[in-house]
Design a binder for this molecule. Structure first.
Ligand SMILES: Nc1ncnc2c1ncn2[C@@H]1O[C@H](COP(=O)(O)OP(=O)(O)OP(=O)(O)O)[C@@H](O)[C@H]1O
Length: 241
């Protein structure tokens, strides 16, 4: 059976026996199973080419399911590595694109304040720094009040210091909004800092599903992260790091 089902707003995400092939080739995702509870933060790791973006795109409904059943809440938002802002619309209009009504400007202002971008409300996207553009992308995702937020390497193109600030921002926004989050990342420390669980994709399936039972707020320097870091790096085939 093949399907992408939109379930009620507070529903969990459920992926059952998901197979994804491109053009009849060998499967990129091969009878993959994964469940994400409402409000849960799950980080997805895996080697380049293991199928992380394919899984996210299939979950978002951007790529069709080849086989299997994917169920997720109706209201979802996606943030990609690049902000994808429309250059001919000011920042606030990008945030509320397609939602033009009397309250739009105010809704944009509220969420821009949440992401620390109030001072750029009327700016053109071309004048934003990389970090600001990703803040705007987060604002555009959150204004829709998603029950499920998907983040595809959202900070990979940012410098290390900006990335740390953005990770903190995501931790704060997740706490406030309470949506389930699916974060695709190459960064083991980012996963450990943010997620309730880190899962590793390998040969089309989830091979490791590691709970991160640490209290928040977390810091990269927390000693408790060390053992989990080693476990995850081993799972990724990186030894002695
Ligand atoms: N539209 C497509 N058509 C054909 N093959 C594709 C398509 N999209 C992805 N693939 C293939 O699927 C496999 C998984 O790609 P995907 O981008 O999902 O990996 P990834 O884990 O996200 O990689 P990275 O970490 O480098 O971004 C790759 O072999 C890729 O070439």
């Amino acid at each position: 059976m093949t399907a992408l089902k939109a379930a009620p707003q507070d529903a969990a995400v459920s992926i059952q026996q998901l197979t994804k092939r491109f053009d009849g080739g060998s499967p990129v995702l091969d009878r993959l199973n994964l469940a994400i509870a409402p409000g849960e933060f799950v980080a997805l790791l895996g080697h380049s080419g293991s199928g992380k973006s394919t899984l996210l795109r299939t979950l978002a409904g951007l790529d069709p399911v080849t086989e299997g059943i994917v169920t997720r809440p109706q209201r979802v938002s996606v943030v990609f590595q690049e902000s994808r802002l429309l250059p001919w619309k000011k920042v606030w209009k990008n945030i509320v694109l397609g939602q033009e009504d009397a309250g739009t400007r105010q809704r944009a202002e509220v969420v821009l304040e949440e992401v620390g971008l109030s001072h750029r409300t009327n700016a053109w996207p071309a004048t934003l720094s990389g970090g600001e553009a990703q803040r705007a992308a987060l604002a555009r995702a959150l204004v829709r009040e998603p029950a499920f937020l998907m983040l595809d390497e959202p900070f990979a193109a940012l410098d290390a210091l900006t990335r740390l600030k953005m990770q903190q921002l995501v931790a704060d926004l997740w706490k406030k909004h309470g949506c389930a989050v699916f974060l695709v990342t190459h960064d083991v420390d980012e996963a450990l800092l943010l997620a309730d669980r880190a899962v590793v994709l390998e040969q089309g399936q989830i091979r490791v599903d590691l709970p991160i039972p640490l209290s928040r707020p977390r810091k990269h320097s927390d000693g408790d992260l060390e053992a989990l870091r080693t476990t995850l790096l081993n799972a990724l085939g990186v030894h002695g790091a």
